[in-house]
Design a protein around this ligand. Structure first.
Ligand code: MN
Length: 200
């Protein structure tokens, strides 16, 4: 089978108390694993078997819903685990923070815009910070779509993303998506976000 579940880059309990151990175990071992398994099943014996994940995501609008949803799920979760890191308490810094300040006015103004996109995504989906035509923008996508997909309303290169499916927060936060999003900022791996920005 071509696609495999990447290991979490930290322990299941490393994001406590902001994201609880049980949620991380189920989210990674069950939900992400299911996206990988169902993606492999959906491409088995088809020409998509020989494509990379990036190639599948880029043509999401022309492939089956099973490949789009599970391929997107695999891409998004692999990206999400690396977006997070154990809380360090350090203030966000680096070139991406300078660019955020330039394009949104301030880091707080960006956080507000990003959180608003995450709060107003009805049902399941994701909110994103992307680079589009050399500028930073906030966007959101439904289900397991992402800004690299041909079907995305706003296309760009993702630097940061948050999963707002209920499975990402319900055990600890129940209906309080806003509390989950407030906690999320303690866990952003700004070194990784800077690395993505530099590669763009
Ligand atoms: Mn998820």
């Amino acid at each position: 089978m071509p696609f495999t579940l990447p290991a979490l880059p930290y322990a299941f309990d490393a994001l406590e108390p902001y994201i609880d151990t049980e949620t991380m175990k189920i989210h990674h071992d069950k939900h992400h694993q299911a996206y990988v398994d169902n993606l492999n099943k959906a491409i088995a014996g088809t020409p998509n078997e020989n494509k990379t994940l990036a190639e599948l995501v880029a043509v999401a609008g022309t492939i089956s819903p099973a490949v789009r949803n599970n391929g997107g799920g695999h891409w998004n979760h692999s990206f999400f685990w690396e977006t997070l890191a154990p809380a360090s308490g350090a203030a966000p810094s680096g070139a991406v923070v300078d660019a955020i300040t330039k394009d949104f006015g301030s880091l707080d103004a960006f956080k507000e815009k990003f959180s608003n996109a995450a709060m107003t995504r009805f049902g399941s989906g994701w909110a994103w910070l992307i680079v589009k035509d050399g500028k930073l923008e906030v966007s959101s996508t439904p289900n397991q779509d992402n800004p690299l997909m041909d079907v995305a309303e706003v296309k760009g290169t993702p630097l940061l993303g948050v999963d707002v499916w209920e499975h990402a927060y319900y055990l600890k936060y129940q209906n309080k998506r806003a509390d989950y999003l407030a906690a999320f900022w303690n866990l952003v791996n700004w070194a990784k976000v800077n690395e993505r920005f530099a590669a763009k």
